[in-house]
Design a protein around this ligand. Structure first.
Ligand code: UD2
Ligand code: MN
Length: 508
């Protein structure tokens, strides 16, 4: 048994928690997804390669004492010790002292022994570092909020607890936030390899999202490419953030924007919820290309914590019902599967209050103005056809459907249930056939395997095996490269005879 201090800033509370048995500790230690023994052999103070371009070195941020300062918040649950320590040291070593007010660690109910008294003793030797212990594990949203509420600086910078910041990482962020509380900024996230602890080529820059409600890397959007003068160093608008690394004005976030949606628990989708909230309620979210932070993407053995039951689905549902509106929610909901539709996602009145108070814009505005390069606006906004693909034969009531793995023929559904039964399709202007239920992929026909499947679409133009042509004259839906027809009666590609004739039943 051991005693821990709960909250360094308020009343002293003692929580008594059992130390997990040795076998469990070992399991936890091998589950953090990192090569722990290698990490432990690497110095806590080490130099890391600076990936920011040479032009970034020339940017003058002026008198640093005139920029807002920041409280860095690290939340963690069972983080590997040396990885956490190295994260803290990197911030202490590479942040200008004027800009770094403090580092607040929030322990989100860790059970790993090395994060107990040993951590208390270690941070007592470091300047500017404080520790808050959550009473019990709640997940990263409540943990971050606890850290943010305790923060003393004008801005809060949230970081994952397995990062290493690069030289001059903080200056671009603070410089952009100066004088405008509605600007939320993110660094470029560079990959640090979990096995070797060396830098990796990949990372995360600008993000959009997939309709399955996960963030997704995107190139600079067309509307922005035209505006940006210096791609090396100018801020780049990002529709969504990855979630783990950002700076935000403390007072604006907590007291105007309403903070995080606290109905989102443990792990996942808080980044989309927060991004929508920022953009739709009067803020901006920008990536600063000269600010770069390494993040160790977990590979081996996964996460050091358990994510309970259906919390992942609840988090997505809260984001969907909270922000997407009926027109767009149906695309996201249809991807979660039927069980999600009957899942209780709790009360959204806090979100509604913020939307009312700030007169937040709707999701249609977000899609057209913030994320116009997304698939629904860019590829399908001017689709040739959108609806059910019905057999033209009036004696048949069969429609084309697409199951997870292949095409099928099914009795036609009503238009409002078509999306859930996988009968709602788009034929884009470029000739891609997409299932509304899985918008981010394209229907593909392999002529050698004689098989229909859903595969990644071409990046700039359709892939040959994914090109389709519909002609209202002969009513055939043809696979362009083979000239064969997709039939709602067989659910497959074959001869273009009268049984393959198709009629689109439009969905507005
Ligand atoms: C990404 C984000 C992460 C978060 C998540 C969605 C990056 C690089 N990472 O996943 O910050 O937005 O997507 O939710 O953008 N943690 C807790 N309590 C929990 C779970 C996690 O304190 O119940 C901590 C954890 O120790 C870590 C942080 O929260 O410091 C993020 O967790 P992660 O690193 O496992 O998530 P990641 O990077 O896979
Ligand atoms: Mn992480």
């Amino acid at each position: 048994m051991r005693a821990m201090q709960l909250d360094a800033s308020s009343d002293f509370v003692v929580v008594v928690r059992p130390v997990p048995p040795l076998a469990e500790q070992r399991k936890l230690n091998s589950q953090h997804g990192f090569n722990a023994s290698l990490s432990q052999s690497i110095p806590l103070n080490r130099d890391v390669r600076n990936k920011a371009g040479a032009e970034c070195a020339l940017v003058d941020y002026g008198d640093l004492s005139k920029l807002p300062d920041t409280s860095v918040v690290f939340v963690f649950c069972n983080e590997e010790q040396s990885v956490l320590y190295r994260s803290i040291h990197s911030v202490l070593n590479r942040s200008p002292p004027q800009l770094l007010r403090e580092i607040i660690l929030v322990d989100d109910g860790s059970s790993a022994a090395h994060l107990g008294d040993e951590l208390d003793k270690y941070i007592a030797t470091l300047p500017k570092v404080k520790l808050i212990r959550q009473n019990a594990r709640t997940g990263l949203v409540e943990a971050r909020l606890a850290g943010m509420r305790a923060a003393q600086a004008e801005t809060v910078t949230v970081l994952d607890s397995h990062i290493e910041v690069q030289e001059r990482w903080l200056e671009p962020l603070m410089s952009r936030m100066k004088g405008d509380e509605t600007r939320v900024v993110i660094p470029i996230i560079d990959g640090m390899n979990a096995k070797t602890f060396k830098d990796d080529p990949g990372g995360i820059q600008l993000c959009g999202f997939l309709w399955s409600m996960v963030e997704h890397g995107i190139p600079l959007q067309h509307k922005d490419a035209a505006m940006i003068q210096s791609p090396c160093c100018d801020p780049q608008p990002s529709p969504v953030m990855a979630g783990g690394l950002f700076s935000i004005n403390k007072n604006w976030f907590l007291n105007t924007l309403g903070g995080y949606d606290t109905g989102i628990s443990f792990w996942g989708t808080e980044n989309l919820e927060m991004s929508f909230r920022i953009w739709m309620c009067g803020g901006t979210l920008e990536m600063m290309p000269c600010s770069r932070v390494y993040h160790v993407f977990r590979t081996m053995g996964g996460k050091p914590y358990h994510v309970p039951g259906n919390t992942g689905v609840v988090n997505k549902l809260r984001t969907i019902y909270g922000w997407l509106g009926e027109k767009y929610a149906k695309y996201a909901l249809s991807q979660l599967g039927p069980a999600a539709l009957s899942t209780d996602y709790g009360d959204l009145s806090d979100v509604r209050r913020v939307q009312e108070k700030l007169q937040c814009k709707n999701f249609d505005w977000f899609m057209h103005n913030v994320y116009p390069d997304n698939v629904l606006i860019k590829s399908l906004g001017d689709a040739q056809y959108h609806g059910l693909i019905k057999a033209a034969d009036p004696t048949s009531s069969k429609c084309l459907a697409f199951t997870r793995t292949s095409g099928a023929s099914q009795p036609c559904k009503t238009k409002d249930t078509a999306i859930y039964s996988k009968q709602e399709f788009f034929l884009s202007k470029m000739g891609e056939l997409r299932l509304a239920n899985q918008l981010d992929d394209c229907i593909d026909f392999s002529s050698t395997q004689r098989r229909l499947s859903l595969n990644a679409c071409g990046r700039y133009r359709p892939i040959a095996s994914q090109e389709w042509i519909y002609s209202a004259g002969d009513q055939f839906l043809k696979h362009k490269s083979t000239g064969e027809c997709l039939s709602p009666i067989t659910g497959t590609v074959g001869k273009c005879d009268s049984s393959a004739k198709v009629e689109w039943d439009p969905i507005p």
